[in-house]
Write a protein of this length. Sequence first.
Length: 532
Amino acid sequence: MSVTIRFCGAARTVTGSCYLFAMPRGRLLVDCGLFQGPKTLKELNYGKFPFRPDEIDAVLLTHAHIDHSGLIPKLTRGGFRGPVWATRGTIDLCSYLLPDAGSIQESEVSMLNRRNAARGRPEVTPIYTQRDAIAALDAFRPVDYETWIQPMAGVRARYWNAGHLLGSASIEIEFAGAGERGKPLRLLVSGDLGPDAKLLQTDPEAPTGIDYVICESTYGDEDRPAVSNDSRRKTLAAEVRAVQEAGGALLIPAFAVERTQELIVDLVDLMERGAIPAAPIFLDSPLAIRATNVFRQHADSLDPDIPVERLLSSPHLRCTETVDESKAIHKLSGFHIIIAASGMCDAGRIRHHLKRWLWRDNATVLLTGFQAQGTLGRFLIDGAQAVRIQGEPVKVKARIRRIDDYSGHADGPELARWIAARRPIKRGVFLVHGEETALADLSQRIAERTVPAAKIFTPLLDDIYELTTVAPTPLDVSRRRRLAPEAVVNLDWHNDMSALILDINDAVEAAADDRARGVMIRRLRRALEAEN
Ligand SMILES: [Zn+2]
């Protein structure tokens, strides 16, 4: 019997987790994520899957993040009719995240089509709509941690807590009769792994004695100083007290899921202990409010040492669902706290608050996560003196601060320890979902110490391996690749670079007039000079 794996996503330097397992009796997907990052990759979201959706028997989903779940509605739209197995936490988060992703795609495409129409270019259709996403949710079926399920004949699977996000899992899969001497072939897909001491999450868990481990490598090249709940809260408290003394607003751009809830838990805890002055914490994002409700409902699946449900139900927390409620926050002047999406300030209600507060020197903007190139958050971190929000120039007088103590991912040593704890690993380790340096560093951390170097693989996008042989055997895929291998390896800068030049051309062309073009070019020049 043959079992192959195809890396349809989350391969070397590629985001968007998706693995296809093909056997004579059927096909199984683990994750079906949206590609994020460089334009070349994002274009894959619009292209065909490298398989027929109607031939997939079932999907096993590791967690709700869009780079793992975001193409499920496209799969359903393409004819997939099987079940999507996920933990209850993942299902509840997906029930808000996927429709939200659908509506974001609809509005992005309608914006793009307005530009395309003006230039005589053909219309594009969204990858999927909000309606498609809602329809896809019907396929979701709940699983419990550490309990076997049978997604198809001859295959069973078990979910383990990955400690990365509410409901996140590593998935153990057994293919009956495909291993040594007719035994099952045993495989473990890490999903995204959380750090050891993560707020709200217990440490990741998984079984031992595996034929193949497929492990994420996102921060394989990082070695972070240890952060405890106490040390992180101390840092946060110092920032909050500084804003309170200045008597202005504290704006926290935050990602709707998990980061927002971590911040609320820390802020409320500090207020209850009297470490920071009590003040209203406005949660000003409909998606984050819904995600917070999911966290309250699933509080018993989170870290038992933290009273999550009580802290997230604190009277200090004010949820502003409607636009009118959100606008009412603008009437406040003294010290208060606003948490709003998006985390990188490139969309969402945070932009209204920034417009109101960024030019005042008594306000603080506290960034708590990764800021991608080209986002407003990145401009602020890089020290921009003025920015443009919704077409209007705004001077930056507020203090711009950052805290790096919140992380959803294990670092290099933690990933290496997690892999080591799975031993014996008989046939091989596939390192995926990381940039070149992250993959190389993690590979070095485990080579020889944990598994022989010859058993470590870093597959490229669309690579296929036969897994039933003594060592994984790569198959010839030269004519089945969606991107040339050189293009994939160099994505991190070559394609970024050409995409950037195209984007600059487009943006300058689309500006209102020559004066606006001049301003844009001067700002680009300034950003460039700041790098030198
Ligand atoms: Zn994730």
